[in-house]
Design a protein around this ligand. Structure first.
Ligand code: NAD
Ligand code: DEZ
Length: 382
């Protein structure tokens, strides 16, 4: 059934950063594109649907008294939606689980590659602790295996549901050489992740550990990460997400090995899938014939054939070269350090980044071990 205004026309307000949408919904609706952070109560008053990413706070302040019946966020995170209030109002909301997990996988692989090439760390046999083992965490476990690492996993909700293979948060902190966070931002309750990493955890974590946060800035307390680095408890920190984005802590940024402006999930593939899942959900809700929609074409990598420039001493080093050819993570770090006031601008004008599946491996210097390790990175999670 089509929900429409008295004029008979479906009205949709859409964040202009929901990619590949222009022209798709226009045959079925009146569509207004606005910068996500500037969508106001006045803008949504007569709208029936709101398509957003994370920069629009979907709460009573925005939506009270509006005609909105459907909110779709083209992201996995939904901490910008007041889900309790929205549900009480009878508004349907959807997110896009897994849409950008391959993109975060690529970010973590590029980071492990940089630890290899820039810091000379031999990752083989080292332990990666994954906190939150959902769509992203599962893929990160495969990346670790491809680099010859051991994995520890912590996920209390999955453990409570009867799944096995997990350790406690404290045991993971004590035993891991690298700790990476892939949890949702949960403000309160049994699974609270607000400041999951805090000054108390500094007494528990393995001295010299490397900390990675690509989940939400609020998960790792700024003062605790800074103190950990200053006291040498943490040897390095890698942050893609920050408290108070875009006004991030410069002292912390200056101490980070890698600092990026919340772009871990920003591959072309991740954005396309986020948009597709959202359009399909909207189409189902309003009875629009777009329930299988996917963008008609995506930008291709500049050099889809992936080759090694030389023979490497180890599989890990070869893998590092291949991964960094698909994603030069240091570029994103340099762009943010160049001018932190461009945090949102850098996100808005993010360059084309294709995930591993858009490349073919070829050329000289490949060994069966390298090919096997690459397959481990590329293959979808079963
Ligand atoms: N930086 C980026 O661009 C980017 C991209 C994608 C996702 N994210 C963030 O990363 C988060 C994870 O993404 P995902 O796609 O894997 O989400 P997901 O929902 O698939 O997985 C989250 C996992 O965390 C677990 N979890 C919940 N509370 C926990 C707790 N207290 N301790 C340990 N585990 C807990 C859940 O059981 C689940 O398995 C998202 O919620 C989002 O906030 C950021
Ligand atoms: O939750 C997610 O899916 C990611 O954090 C995603 O990268 C957020 O993107 P944004 O809405 O900030 O463009």
């Amino acid at each position: 059934m089509l929900h429409t205004s008295p004029s008979g026309r479906l009205k949709i307000v859409c964040d202009d950063k929901v990619k590949y949408l222009k022209g798709v919904l226009e045959p079925f609706a009146e569509v207004t594109y606005l910068p996500g952070s500037r969508i106001s109560a006045q803008d949504v008053k007569d709208a029936h649907a709101l398509l957003v990413r994370t920069r629009t706070n979907c709460n009573a302040q925005l939506l009270q008294g509006s005609s909105v019946k459907f909110i779709g966020t083209a992201t996995i995170g939904f901490d910008h939606i007041d889900t309790e209030w929205v549900q009480q109002q009878g508004i349907t909301w959807t997110n896009a689980p897994g849409c950008n997990s391959g993109s975060v996988k690529q970010y973590i692989a590029a980071l492990l590659a940089l630890l290899t090439t820039e810091k000379g760390i031999d990752l083989k046999g080292k332990t990666l602790g994954i906190v939150g083992v959902g769509n992203v965490g599962r893929k990160v476990a495969r990346v670790a295996a491809a680099f010859g690492m051991k994995v520890l996993q912590n996920d209390p909700p999955r453990e409570r549901a009867g799944e096995s293979g997990f350790v406690s948060f404290n045991d993971l902190l004590k035993q891991s050489d690298i700790v990476t966070f892939h949890v949702p931002y949960i403000k309160t309750g049994i699974d609270q992740t607000f400041h999951l990493f805090n000054t108390q955890t500094l007494d528990v974590i393995k001295p010299g550990a490397i900390l990675i946060n690509t989940s939400r800035g609020e998960v790792t307390a700024t003062d605790a990460v800074l103190e950990g680095l200053n006291r040498g408890i943490l040897s390095e920190a890698v942050l893609d997400v920050w408290e108070n984005e875009p006004n991030i802590s410069l002292p912390l940024l200056n101490r980070c090995f890698i600092a990026t402006p919340h772009i871990a999930g920003y591959s072309v593939d991740g954005k396309a899938m986020g948009s597709a899942m959202t359009i399909r959900a909207l189409a189902k809700y309003f009875g629009i014939p777009l329930t299988d929609w996917y963008p008609s074409s995506l930008p291709q990598p500049e050099t889809p054939l992936l080759t090694l420039s030389r023979a490497h001493a180890t599989t890990q080093q070869a893998l590092a070269e291949l991964v960094l050819k698909t994603y030069p993570l240091r570029r994103d770090d340099a762009d943010l350090r160049g001018d932190t006031s461009r945090f949102e601008e850098l996100r808005g004008s993010y360059p084309v980044r294709r995930e591993f599946g858009a490349y073919q491996l070829g050329g000289d210097h490949l060994t069966p071990e390298i090919v096997e390790a690459w397959k481990g990175l590329v293959e979808p999670q079963p």
